[in-house]
Design a protein around this ligand. Structure first.
Ligand code: WTA
Length: 657
């Protein structure tokens, strides 16, 4: 075994330790070191957030911190005006910090570029003008489908500069998903790339985009970044090269202030129906929360730290902690284009050593992959610059926590396990590292200014029992709406427990010390490698495949990816499919949604367990897939279905072994 018995033994000993205080000397130098901050914020939450908002540059200060007179529609910093890109760029350049590196960018084949605040500022101004030249105005939606290259930050900030609303789609999603998101949001422009690189191969992105985007009348402009020299066609009138636009554009684009509640971006995420939800974030509150949490939670000292969030910019983690939080704080970050195991499994650690990374933020699924690969990869490099580690996206199991703590953190780095969602905009629950001890497996406590509760179905305090996690006070980074779906916004988040209580969709437990232990989703949303996937969306993709009559998707516990996708599929005529068919369905799902959504396991079903009203009982499918005793089957229309399915599951398992 790669990790020798000694490490196993040491981890076992550490497992007995329940809490980990900040390392010696950490508290004295911490950005937040006074525990009283929790009480102060609790007594006056609006005052607390106003103080954090004051760390930004406002063209006009607000008259009212929070307007919550019409829940669930919140307004933060009412009457205030500011420009997000001014706060992320101009103010640092004006203060003489233009030569500070904003991003150490590293390409997949080892290319390197250091992008300073001054050069980012110059590029953003030019590109903002280029967007204007193409007729983009404040309030227009601009799609962004780019890999992890510096242009993605330029594009986002240029939108923010002119008040256009960006709608970034994760590069791992299929072009069909891109089209859908452009259509739902009425995007006027899309910024994409000729080709994208992945582990030595190149995917022809522009070509694929063309195959899908033709029918979208409102999409007037497609801007293409030349990245891989992949050949592509450029449609006359619609398509333009990024570099041509930049060359033609004016260099100066003064930042225009926008209302604090002006929309900043939409980000589509999975919900419990097949249609993704367009989470809408606005300007002043969002920036306040991401800037504050980035500084306080990661203990950021912008003059000395090198921060690296390994997420993709296409997820909310990338929006808040690669782009907006770090840039608002004038931080230096790493942006890496490639995969964690290319050219080899030590690339992350090589980059940590090369750029002197001090703060590293990743997901438990990545840590579990590293554990599997073995400690020799991190041990090839000097990781002594690291001083704080972070985790996000799913609960981190104590074993992964301890490995992270020991092998990556050398037992000297506090770990912040940060709980939040696309909807919350920024971190909500964690441990402020200089103030609060950590417990492996628990996210910690609500941050100052944030209020959470764990409640029963009847919205009563669940004590220390498992219950529903709720957020019981508005926070500045909260989503303001689901784009163009007001009813769904209310229905999804503000109905279950009342119009002023945000229903999170996660189950959790609070322990005697007030620490929260997040258990997982309570809706039909899966968490595959820290990425949100909707069972309904996957089902709809499978059913759209020609010979499929019906499908039901469930998540199964998976050692590597948290959840894995299992699909029960009925083919037309009730026949069983073969291996080839499995391959085709998987490919089809990849094409419709993206590779992450592909079912790991497909089980042929003659029929699915349904209630008399025709509702599929996924609970029973979960029981049967996990080999558990079946729950109540009396409400089934045809109880025999379960016996047949039981045999099919066993057959499948036998084949897998
Ligand atoms: C889960 C990612 C446990 C949770 C920022 C939440 C977590 C969903 C944690 C949001 C954590 C996120 N511990 N579970 N530290 N962080 N989750 O929108 O179920 O992609 O509701 O945002 O991920 O996923 P999303």
């Amino acid at each position: 075994m790669a990790d020798g018995a000694t490490l196993e033994e040491e981890l076992r000993q550490l497992l007995e330790q329940e809490t980990f205080p900040p390392p010696e000397g950490f508290r004295e130098r911490a950005v937040v070191s006074d525990p009283a901050i929790y009480d102060t914020a609790e007594q006056d939450p609006e005052g607390f957030w106003a103080e954090q908002a004051d760390a930004l540059d406002w063209e006009t200060r607000w008259d009212q911190v929070l307007d919550w007179s019409n829940p669930p529609f919140a307004k933060w910093f009412v009457g205030g005006r500011l420009n997000v890109s001014y706060n992320c760029l101009d103010r640092h350049v004006e203060a003489g910090r233009g030569e500070r590196v904003a991003f150490h960018w590293r390409g997949e084949e080892g290319e390197e570029r250091d992008i300073t605040y001054a050069s980012l500022h110059a590029d953003v101004q030019r590109f903002a003008n280029a967007l204007k030249d193409r007729g983009i105005k404040a309030g227009d939606v601009v799609g962004i489908f780019l890999p992890m290259i510096p242009e993605v930050a330029v594009a986002m900030l240029a939108c923010a500069r002119i008040g256009a609303i960006h709608n970034v789609v994760f590069g791992g999603f299929s072009v069909e998903s891109v089209r859908e998101r452009m259509e739902f949001s009425d995007a006027k422009a899309l910024i994409t790339v000729d080709g994208a690189r992945r582990k030595g191969k190149t995917a022809p992105i522009k070509q694929a985009v063309d195959e899908e985007m033709g029918g979208l009348a409102q999409l007037e402009t497609v801007i293409v970044v030349r990245h891989t020299e992949t050949e592509c066609e450029m449609a006359e009138g619609r398509d333009v090269w990024f570099h041509d636009l930049m060359e033609a554009a004016d260099a100066d684009c003064p930042a225009e202030p926008f209302d604090s509640e002006h929309p900043l971006f939409i980000l589509y995420t999975s919900g419990s129906t097949a249609k993704p939800k367009g989470i809408l974030h606005t300007t002043g509150g969002y920036l306040t929360q991401v800037a504050y949490t980035h500084k306080a939670v990661f203990d950021l000292k912008p003059e000395e730290d090198v921060f690296w969030c390994s997420a993709d910019v296409g997820w909310v983690t990338g929006h808040s902690y690669i782009v907006y939080g770090p840039l608002a704080n004038g931080a230096t970050s790493v942006m890496y284009e490639g995969a964690p195991d290319y050219p080899d499994k030590d690339i992350w650690w090589e980059l940590c050593a090369r750029y002197g990374v001090t703060i590293f933020y990743t997901a438990p699924t990545a840590i579990r992959a590293c554990i599997k690969w073995g400690r020799e990869f991190p041990e090839r490099h000097d990781l002594s610059s690291l001083r704080l580690l972070g985790s996000v996206g799913e609960p981190i199991n104590p074993k992964a926590w301890l490995w992270y703590h020991k092998v990556i953190g050398g037992e000297r780095c506090p770990i912040v396990d940060t709980w939040w969602q696309t909807e919350t905009g920024g971190i909500m629950i964690t441990t402020l590292p200089g103030v609060v001890d950590t417990k492996p497996g628990s996210a910690g406590r609500p941050l100052p200014g944030v209020k959470a509760a764990v409640v029963t179905e009847a919205n009563e305090d669940a004590g220390t029992e498992q219950g529903y996690l709720t957020l019981t006070r508005p926070w500045p980074g909260m989503l303001r709406a689901l784009y163009k779906e007001e009813e769904r916004f209310i229905e999804t988040y503000w109905k279950k427990f009342g119009s002023d209580v945000y229903s999170v969709g996660d189950a959790a437990r609070r322990d005697d010390d007030g620490y929260l232990w997040i258990i997982g989703r309570t809706d039909d949303v899966l968490n595959v490698s820290g990425h949100r996937m909707s069972t309904a969306e996957i089902e709809s993709a499978i059913v759209s495949y020609s010979r499929v009559a019906e499908a039901a998707v469930i998540g199964q516990e998976d050692e590597d990816t948290g959840h894995s996708v299992t699909a029960f599929v009925t083919l037309e005529g009730g026949l069983d499919g073969d291996e080839e068919m499995i391959g085709k369905i998987r490919e089809h799902v990849a094409k419709r949604i993206g590779k992450l959504a592909r079912p790991k396991r497909i089980i042929w079903a003659d029929d699915l367990p349904k209630t008399r009203s025709g509702k599929i009982m996924r609970r029973l499918l979960r029981d049967i897939a996990d080999g558990r005793e079946l729950g109540d089957v009396t409400t089934l229309r045809d109880p025999d279905v379960m016996a047949q399915l039981g045999d099919k599951v066993k057959e499948r398992q036998a084949e897998e072994e």
